[in-house]
Design a protein around this ligand. Structure first.
Ligand SMILES: [Zn+2]
Length: 339
């Protein structure tokens, strides 16, 4: 089964338009209720036969998820209890999204595809799905925004019940991403690819921008015009909006309390520093974290740019939702280990 997990992870893990940093996750199950799932904080592109995933007993999760109460600690300890083998150095936890993986089909890909997120992060998105359903000739389940982890797993569980005895295979998560499931690894890879290809064509999207980070002996920096141009264009050069106008949870994980203007006279504790002229970004962190932040910034502007081009309206998260994410213990954990 592990070879299939590696295949579905590598099918999307290298594409920054599908996965930014440590986001997204994959899983496979056998018919005895065992599930192999990406470990929290690992990168999908680094998942291989011996590292980056954990083996869990999916039936323990399935049988107890709805009775543990809505405390984050109870959910985390249920996930810990379900772990059979950890194929990760430093004993990592299963992904915080393990709950919904336990409930869905045998082969699952959950991505943060920017093409689906153009739809998921627009006020018009839910209505657009009926058009997409017709083109794909498949049913799509819309999951209204809720906090990742336990609340999202429970909400998906309720939707699955409504569809019974069928198990939904395509779920669009508002302000978050895409989940697809299938009976084989080929099927799930193809379904994920088809949805994205159709959306690219239907939404007439631009080529996804590429950018690189240059590192010298002092810091990493980035003068990619895509991010800088769009800060001027869509945020009116107000970088503080990156922490306020939230389109998806990873934006809070990677931007909140990390962004400021660059001032050569001050040793800033922030990790992302913009020059006043908006011609350069300095990343005062590891190259790995700098890359994650850059990928997240590009995804943010790409989604925002396309929502505007379509004449749609961005649907930002309410501040109560953003605070809920900042306070998640599992997100703090993820942030810590992405470095
Ligand atoms: Zn996610």
């Amino acid at each position: 089964m592990i070879e299939y997990l590696v295949k579905i992870s590598q099918a999307i893990g290298f594409d920054p338009d599908m996965i930014q940093g440590g986001g997204g996750n994959t899983s496979v199950k056998n018919n005895e209720g065992k599930m192999w799932i990406k470990a929290s904080g690992s990168l999908l592109k680094e998942l291989d036969h011996s590292n980056g995933f954990v083996e869990v007993d999916a039936s323990i999760i399935k049988n107890n998820l709805f009775t543990i109460g809505d405390k984050e600690e109870s959910y985390n300890s249920l996930l810990e209890k379900s772990v059979l083998v950890t194929q990760v150095k430093n004993k990592r936890r299963p992904s915080m999204e393990t709950g919904f993986h336990a409930l869905l089909g045998d082969y699952i890909i959950h991505s943060h595809s920017v093409y689906t997120n153009i739809v998921n992060c627009a006020k018009e998105g839910q209505n657009y799905l009926s058009k997409l359903e017709k083109i794909l000739n498949k049913k799509i389940i819309w999951i209204p925004y809720t906090t990742p982890g336990y609340p999202l797993s429970i909400l998906i569980g309720r939707e699955i019940e409504k569809c019974s005895p069928n198990v939904p295979t395509i779920l669009f998560l508002q302000n978050h991403g895409l989940i697809v499931s299938g009976d084989t690894h080929e099927e799930v890879i193809l379904l994920h690819k088809t949805i994205n290809e159709v959306l690219k064509k239907e939404l007439a999207v631009a080529t996804y921008p590429t950018a690189s980070i240059t590192t010298n002996r002092y810091h990493s920096f980035d003068s990619s015009s895509y991010i800088l141009t769009n800060i001027k264009k869509y945020l009116n050069s107000d970088i503080s909006l990156l922490e306020k106008e939230i389109l998806f949870p990873d934006q809070i994980v990677f931007f909140k309390d990390k962004i400021s203007w660059y001032d050569s006279s001050i040793n800033s504790p922030n990790k992302v520093l913009f020059t006043q002229a908006l011609d350069e970004i300095y990343y005062s962190t590891t190259t790995k974290e700098a890359q994650t932040i850059q990928e997240t910034l590009i995804a943010y502007f790409y989604i925002l740019e396309h929502i505007h081009k379509l004449g749609w309206t961005p649907n930002y998260l309410a501040s109560t939702e953003s605070n809920a994410i900042s306070n998640l213990e599992s997100e703090k954990f993820r942030k810590k280990i992405i470095k």
